[in-house]
Design a binder for this molecule. Structure first.
Ligand SMILES: NC(=O)c1ccc[n+]([C@@H]2O[C@H](COP(=O)([O-])OP(=O)(O)OC[C@H]3O[C@@H](n4cnc5c(N)ncnc54)[C@H](OP(=O)(O)O)[C@@H]3O)[C@@H](O)[C@H]2O)c1
Length: 220
C-alpha cells in the first residue's frame, strides 16, 4: 500500500488517478482549489469517499503542508492550457512554478517519489511559454533529492474532458482506435485518460523510469 498525495486530484487526470489508486487499495489524499469534485452519487462514485480531499491554493503551502505527513509519493497534476494573466494564471506560474514549489515541499517532507504530469507538446493556440515552463520545471525537479518521474502525454481524452470541445474529444477517441493514423501522429497522438492515470499511478508506486514519452505511456 502506498500513501499518495495528488496535487490537483480533483482535475480531469488527477481524478482518474485518485479513482484507480483507491480501487488498487492505496491511501489517497488530494489537494486542489475546490477540494472534493462534484462527481455526483451512485454506481461508480464510491471511490471518492475514500479520498481525503483538501481545499487549498497550492501556492499557500502552509495551509496544506501537513497533508504531506507520511506520504510516499506525490503526483503533481496541475496545469493550464489557457492563461488569464490579469488574475496571475500564467503558464510560468501554473505549469512551471507550481510544480517546482510542490516538489520542494515534497523533498522537505521526506517524500520518496515525485511524479510530474508534464506535456509532450504545446497546444496549437498556446504561446511557447506553455512548453518552456514545463521543461523548466522538469529540469529543476531533476536535481532534487526525490525519485522523479516525468510523464509527457499528448492530448488526453476521456469522459467529461473539460478542456476540449466535445467533438474533438470524440474524434480523439475514434482516432486512437486506428493504428494507421496514431503511428503517424507522434506527440499529437491522443491517449485515453484511463491509460495516463494508470501509468501515473504505476510510476508513483514503482518509479522505475524517469521520463515517459507518448510512446512509453501508450505501450506501458
Ligand atoms: N488534459 C490534457 O489533455 C493534458 C495533456 C497533456 C498534459 N496535461 C497535463 O496534465 C496535468 C493535469 O491536466 P488536467 O487536464 O487534469 O488539468 P485540470 O483538469 O485543469 O485539473 C487541474 C487541477 O489542478 C487544480 N489547481 C489548479 N490551480 C491550483 C492551485 N493554485 N492550487 C491548488 N489546486 C490547483 C485544479 O483544482 P480546481 O479545479 O479546484 O482549481 C484541478 O484539480 C497538467 O499539468 C496538464 O498540463 C494535460
Amino acid at each position: 500500500m502506498t500513501r499518495l498525495l495528488v496535487v490537483g486530484g480533483s482535475g480531469f487526470i488527477g481524478r482518474e488517478l485518485c479513482r484507480q489508486a483507491v480501487e488498487a487499495g492505496h491511501e489517497v489524499r488530494s489537494v486542489s482549489h475546490g477540494g472534493r469534485p462534484d462527481i455526483g452519487v451512485g454506481p461508480g462514485t464510491n471511490w471518492a469517499e475514500s479520498v481525503e480531499w483538501t481545499s487549498a491554493d497550492l501556492f499557500a503551502p502552509n495551509v496544506w503542508r501537513d497533508r504531506l505527513r507520511g506520504v510516499d509519493s506525490v503526483v503533481h497534476a496541475v496545469g493550464i492550457a489557457h492563461e488569464s494573466p490579469k488574475t496571475g494564471r500564467t503558464f510560468e506560474r501554473l505549469n512551471g512554478d507550481s510544480a517546482i514549489l510542490t516538489a520542494l515541499e515534497a523533498e522537505r517532507a521526506g517524500v520518496e517519489t515525485f511524479v510530474f504530469l508534464s506535456s509532450a507538446a504545446k497546444y496549437p493556440t498556446a504561446r511557447g511559454a506553455y512548453l518552456q515552463s514545463k521543461r523548466r520545471a522538469e529540469q529543476a525537479i531533476a536535481g532534487l533529492n526525490l525519485d522523479t518521474v516525468v510523464l509527457r502525454p499528448g492530448p488526453v481524452y476521456g469522459p467529461d474532458q473539460p478542456h476540449f470541445p466535445r467533438p474533438l474529444n470524440v474524434l480523439c477517441q475514434l482516432v486512437d482506435r486506428v493504428p494507421a493514423i496514431t503511428t503517424r501522429l507522434g506527440t499529437a497522438r491522443p491517449i485515453a485518460v484511463e491509460q495516463v492515470g494508470r501509468v501515473a499511478l504505476d510510476s508513483a508506486v514503482d518509479p522505475d523510469q524517469r521520463l515517459l514519452t507518448v510512446e512509453d505511456i501508450v505501450t506501458a
